[in-house]
Design a protein around this ligand. Structure first.
Ligand SMILES: [Zn+2]
Length: 140
């Protein structure tokens, strides 16, 4: 059986692919002629998490920052960095095919670390005593 941690890692890492991010945008509020279009949104790290009532709700696959209330002339990269100045992906400010393989692996490992941290926190909250037993087996 696959662990929940593996599943969480796989789910998060798949969004390193521009194509996978783009595929989450089944609909978008602005057409291609505007700077705030689906291509640019996906390029800047966003995946669509909206609904009928929230037609422009997105989140960054890397830092999980949620954003909405987009304007047609917004620059997705700039808005990303403005609202999430610590996001390593937002700091790229350029498409992923413009970075080095080393930069890619560093981003990759950062994302793995944050998924692991979130998983540990989730386990701590969900399984209280059981988790304390597990935690006690390791150095603090
Ligand atoms: Zn981000």
């Amino acid at each position: 059986m696959e662990s929940n941690l593996n599943k969480a890692l796989k789910e998060s890492l798949k969004y390193f692919s521009h194509k996978e991010r783009l595929a989450t945008f089944k609909t978008w509020i602005f057409s291609k002629k505007y700077p705030c279009n689906v291509e640019k949104m996906a390029e800047a790290g966003f995946i669509f998490i909206g609904s009928k009532n929230e037609p422009d709700s997105v989140k960054c696959f890397f830092c999980n920052t949620n954003l909405d209330r987009w304007e047609p002339n917004d620059n997705p990269w700039k808005e990303h960095l403005r609202h999430a100045p610590k996001c390593s992906f937002a700091k790229l400010q350029q498409p992923m095919d413009q970075i080095t393989l080393r930069e890619y692996y560093i981003l990759h490992s950062q994302l793995c670390h944050s998924v692991i941290d979130a998983y540990i926190e989730e386990q701590r909250l969900a399984s209280g005593k059981l988790f304390k037993k597990l935690e006690a087996k390791f150095r603090k």
